[in-house]
Design a protein around this ligand. Structure first.
Ligand SMILES: Cc1cc2nc3c(=O)[nH]c(=O)nc-3n(C[C@H](O)[C@H](O)[C@H](O)COP(=O)(O)O)c2cc1C
Length: 352
């Protein structure tokens, strides 16, 4: 038996089979993960906020070579080259753009006029309302337990509040990992779920094996939400580095952060001018201290040190609290197939 409830209006809107989104995770969501997700019937999203223009260009082409199913691109509304990235997404006819930090009204209009759907991540009902007024097509509502930058409201409370506040499709995020969770999200009025950490812990994710092993060892108490990295609350695995950053006097953090920013500046092709420009934009939007500003410009590099280079001591490991419930490294097809089978079994159990 297959259930109509599991084919939601999000599926109709983006053209995927199952209401499961693999989110854009900086340094993690690359060609392999995104194409595997879309090929398996979910909706994969490439993480472009940590890519150069050229890297994104070739990543989009490679995904298209691997699957003819639709996929998306994630960026930050406040990244300096967002206009150029948007032009690329339009030119390549990418189905949807998701946003870590909100896009401007003009950017939403530009993408919409060109036929690209928009889906920012929000952490509060009033943000969802504002985005809906600006014309976005859907929102990802990420609760406190979610990975990376995250808000203060728990998913179980955020989701029903957001689905009540807006009429566009709402995708629940933060803490999802199985079919029961998908059914729960649908019960709250969501049109699907988005998962970060669960997809990070699959065979196709590009994260080095020993970093994946560290995630798998982390229990439900092993994560922390800290503002010590870039000034905005971010959920990461609690490590010695995080403990030291949390204890450090902001004045002490500044020289260290500047030194790191300088050392790492070439790794993403980010020039020091761009680092400073980005940092200043963040300072304006988030009222950061100068020390936090330096850390902010530096933060993507700290994530790269772990997620790409496998340096467990020097880097940060963004994660959702859900990491504490995950014990396996399935393929993406196994994950999505198992999750949908469990969602169907759950619906049958509840109807019996
Ligand atoms: C390693 C990591 C990197 C992330 N990077 C981004 C990013 O670049 N852009 C974004 O919109 N969200 C980012 N996030 C948030 C996820 O896209 C997603 O919303 C979140 O992980 C959902 O919570 P979950 O981990 O409980 O599934 C990141 C999360 C993780 C774990």
């Amino acid at each position: 038996m297959s259930f109509a409830a599991l084919r939601t209006r999000f599926c109709e809107m983006v053209g995927c089979e199952y209401p499961i989104v693999q989110t854009g995770m900086g340094w993690v969501s690359g060609v392999r993960l995104t194409s595997a997700t879309s090929a398996a019937g979910g909706f994969g999203i490439l993480a472009a906020a940590t890519m150069t223009f050229e890297q994104l260009e070739s990543a989009i082409r490679e995904v298209k070579q691997r699957t003819d199913r639709p996929f998306g691109v994630n960026m930050r509304g406040d990244q300096p080259d967002v206009g150029r990235f948007a032009d690329l997404v339009i030119r390549e006819r990418v189905r949807l753009t998701s946003f870590a930090s909100p896009p401007t009204k003009d950017l939403v209009r530009k993408l919409k006029d060109a036929g690209v759907l928009t889906m920012p991540t929000i952490g509060a009902p009033r943000h969802a309302q504002k985005m809906a007024e600006w014309g976005v097509d859907a929102v990802i509502a990420q609760g406190h337990e979610g990975g990376g930058h995250t808000g203060p409201i728990a998913t179980s409370l955020l989701l029903p509040s957001v689905t009540k506040a807006v009429s566009i499709p709402v995708i629940g995020a933060g803490g999802f990992h199985d079919g029961r969770g998908l059914v729960a999200a649908l019960a709250y009025g969501a049109a699907g779920i988005a998962m970060g950490t669960r997809f990070l812990l699959t065979r196709e994710s590009r994260v080095p094996d020993d970093v994946k092993a560290t995630y798998l060892k982390t229990n439900l108490m092993g994560t922390v939400v800290t503002t010590a990295i870039d000034g905005a609350p971010q959920r990461v695995i609690r490590t010695d580095l995080i403990d030291r950053l949390e204890r450090a006097n902001p004045l002490f953090r500044l020289p260290r952060a500047l030194a790191n920013a300088w050392r790492f500046r070439n790794l993403t092709g980010t020039s020091i001018v761009n680092l400073v420009r980005e940092g200043l934009a963040m300072r304006e939007s988030q009222e950061l201290t100068w020390a936090q500003l330096a850390m902010a410009a530096n933060a993507p590099m700290l994530t790269k040190a772990t997620m790409v280079d496998g340096n467990l001591e020097a880097g940060i490991l963004p994660t959702g609290q859900v990491v504490g419930t995950i014990e396996s490294l399935p393929t993406v097809a196994e994950l999505i197939g198992g999750l949908m089978a469990e969602a169907e079994a759950t619906l049958r159990r509840l109807a019996a």
